[in-house]
Every structure is written in structure tokens, then in C-alpha cells.
Design a protein around this ligand. Structure first.
Ligand code: OAD
Length: 242
């Protein structure tokens, strides 16, 4: 596949997925032994699963929040933060990840389209609050909502069948960007999986940085395969060199 010199771009949209956090020790979803091999998606990532067995769902996200506390950002997260600081054009970083490794790596502006592990959503009053603690106590007790006191908090993550966050802002940026970069995502979950087709139709250059070719490979002008910790830093060095 031919490569373009990474110069002259003014509006960049970056989409990240679980692969960017893999080298930080966070499980991806679809790898052998990944989260969706260990758990039934229908049980723990749908509103129906939560209605059936809330304790199972809360326990699953408590486990992921605890794993996140043991993880640290890797050079790919840090390189994206450097790009945010140094790039003189418009940059939008959109992540499907619910971890906070972009922020801890130094990025200040991150759109979490699938929500965040460290946020809780009240099913009664719909308040979103920062949340670090377990949502299920050892004795099975559940904490009340700090705003309305109802006992009905759930993880503030987007489940299958729910609308991702910030879609208007994301589609607006996709329509006008001149470079779209997809990092560490298998490209199978919509709407994010469809971003590359949108931006390609709108005329942007499309670059993929991933360990394995994604489902959307044919839509990218250029695909670089390898670990994010190396590829992302290399690509950002190219962008900032011009
Ligand atoms: P997946 O698990 O589907 O895909 C992870 C991608 O990261 C794969 O294409 C891997 O090849 C790549 N990868 C793994 N290690 C990597 C590394 N070190 N460097 C670079 N790439 C690496 O995860 P996502 O595509 O993020 O949604 O999954 C999308 C959505 O599906 C998630 O946000 C989640 C899930 O169901 C919801 O829960 C709503």
C-alpha cells in the first residue's frame, strides 16, 4: 500500500479502540481470551442483561474499574497527548474505550463515545457523576445516587442497543477533517466502524494503525500494522516534523 507524507493536514480526527490500551494490560474484547470470550455480551453489555441481573453487571464493571486502577498509560497514549499539545490545527480525539488512560497519558480533550468506567449514571434522575468506587458492596448493598438518593446507579457506559455519546459533534468533525486515523480497533462495532467510509466519501485521507488488519481495511488509504506503542509514536513524529 502506498504511503503519503504526513504533512499539510489541518483537521485531524483520531478514533481509538481497545488495542491502544492493550499494552497497558487492559483486555481487548475480541482477541482469543478477550472479554467477549470470557463473558456473554448479552448478559453484561445490554440494558436487558442489566434488568435481568444487575449484580452480575455491576460486578463485571467493578472488576474492570479495579483492573484500570492497576494500569498505566503507555507510549501510544502519551504520544497522542504530545500531538494535542504540539499540533497547530484542529484535533479531535474520539475513543471507544471506557478507560481513562488517554487522560492519564496527558490528553485534555477526549470524547468517550462509549462512556466511561469512572462515571456513574443514575437510572432515576439521569445524573452522571464521577465514580471511582465499586458499585456493588461485598454485602450486596448498592450506593444511592448523590443527586436524588435513589438506589439505581449503573455504569455510565454505552451498551449494545443504546446511543453512543457526542455523535453530533463527532459527525460534524468527520465531515470536515482532512485526515482520519483509526488506532487499535477491529472495526466491527457501529457506528464507529462506519466512520472511515463517511470520511473517505467526504475526501479525507484515511490511515489505520493496528496490530491486525481491521474489518474496514479496504476503506483505508494506508494501513500500518504493529503495536500501537511503536506505530503511534512514529506517526506522530512524522506529523510534527513538518
Ligand atoms: P476489539 O477487541 O474488537 O479490537 C481490538 C483491536 O486492537 C484488534 O483489531 C487488535 O488487532 C488491535 N490490537 C490489539 N493489541 C494491539 C496493540 N498492542 N496495538 C495496536 N492494536 C492492537 O476492540 P474494539 O475495536 O475497541 O463496545 O471494540 C469496539 C467495541 O466493541 C468496544 O468499544 C466495546 C466492544 O463491544 C461496547 O462495549 C459498546
Amino acid at each position: 500500500m502506498f504511503q503519503r507524507i504526513m504533512a499539510g493536514f489541518e483537521r485531524i480526527v483520531i478514533l481509538t479502540g481497545a488495542g491502544i490500551s492493550a499494552e497497558s494490560g487492559i483486555d481487548t474484547f475480541r482477541a482469543a481470551g478477550g472479554l467477549w470470550e470470557q463473558h456473554w455480551v448479552e448478559d453484561i453489555a445490554t440494558p436487558e442483561g442489566f434488568a435481568r441481573d444487575p449484580d452480575l453487571v455491576l460486578g463485571f464493571y467493578d472488576m474492570r474499574r479495579a483492573a484500570l486502577a492497576r494500569a498505566a498509560p503507555n507510549p501510544a497514549h502519551e504520544a497522542l497527548a504530545l500531538l494535542e499539545r504540539e499540533f497547530s490545527g484542529d484535533l479531535l480525539l474520539v475513543t471507544q474505550n471506557v478507560d481513562d488512560l488517554h487522560e492519564r497519558g496527558g490528553s485534555a480533550q477526549v470524547l468517550h463515545m462509549h462512556g466511561e468506567l469512572k462515571s456513574a449514571l443514575c437510572t432515576s434522575c439521569e445524573t452522571r457523576v464521577r465514580w471511582d468506587a465499586p458499585m456493588l458492596a461485598k454485602d450486596g448493598d448498592r450506593p444511592p445516587c448523590p443527586a436524588c438518593c435513589a438506589v439505581g446507579l449503573r455504569p455510565d457506559v454505552v451498551w449494545f442497543g443504546e446511543m453512543p455519546y457526542e455523535m453530533d459533534r463527532i459527525y460534524g468533525a468527520l465531515q470536515t477533517c482532512d485526515l482520519f486515523v483509526s488506532i487499535g480497533t477491529s472495526g466491527v462495532v457501529y457506528p464507529a466502524a462506519g466512520f472511515v467510509e463517511e470520511v473517505r466519501a467526504a475526501g479525507a485521507w484515511c490511515l489505520e494503525l493496528n496490530l491486525d488488519p481491521s474489518d474496514g481495511l479496504r476503506c483505508f488509504h494506508e494501513s500500518r500494522l504493529g503495536p500501537a506503542s511503536i506505530l503511534v509514536s512514529q506517526w506522530i513524529d512524522e506529523v510534527l516534523a513538518h
